[in-house]
Design a protein around this ligand. Sequence first.
Ligand code: ATP
Length: 260
Amino acid sequence: MTDVLDLVDVSVVRDGKKLLAGIDWRIADGERWVVLGPNGAGKTTLLQIVAAQMHPTAGTASVLGDTLGKVDVFELRTRIGLTSAAVDARLPGREKVRDVVLSAAYGKVARWRETYEAADTGRADDLLAWWGMEGFADRQYGTLSSGERKRALVARALMTDPELLLLDEPASGLDLGGREDLVRRLANHAADPASPVTVLVTHHVEEIPPGFTHALLLRQGAVVASGPTELTLTSENLSACYGIPLQVQTYEGRYYARGL
Ligand SMILES: Nc1ncnc2c1ncn2[C@@H]1O[C@H](COP(=O)(O)OP(=O)(O)OP(=O)(O)O)[C@@H](O)[C@H]1O
């Protein structure tokens, strides 16, 4: 079976600076990955490669069986769902929440003159309900709380029924209740065999939902460790990743870390 992702010796250089260096990373069908690393480690840059938004400077990147540089990326991007602060920033605050989700089906950030099928509207409403946004469809996107926005963004990313879902720091800025609610929903998402392969970027091990099968730790643009979550998220690896002594503990599928 073709890998969902296959990065071989991928590097990215910008303004003479190496943002990523020699990254090897394979993702197989059914896997759920978390990417961790300190500020500036290169997580967002890595996700941009995986999202087919950026080409590597060197190395090869195959996403959903297509090699970047040899494929129409606009076509490829329709098969990938992405949530990030950059996507959020492009969405007009006056847009109705339902249209924020629906417009993704047309690769747009706002509704224009398209006529949407009843099936599309139904799917948008179902996704909003699944992500705890029932009753919000007619609200303006700009009036949502941070937590509500994050959940609406995930619903939008799933609108095209993507084969690969990329979540860049979906819990950033959420309060404890909002974070726990999102972690619970993401755990349900991870447990559903119908869910697409998912990559979650985060700063905090506490935000890793149970059921995320693999982890990749990044530091200064290079991989510190990667593999099955329980083997990768060790105190030793996390200390090397963040450059400080850390102790990792687990409890019922959740991870916790503290400085020593
Ligand atoms: N176009 C660019 N030119 C030069 N440096 C860049 C460019 N884009 C990003 N960088 C730098 O590359 C490094 C990695 O950035 P990136 O956003 O990928 O890290 P990150 O791990 O997502 O960080 P954070 O956790 O703070 O969001 C940072 O030091 C950033 O300043």
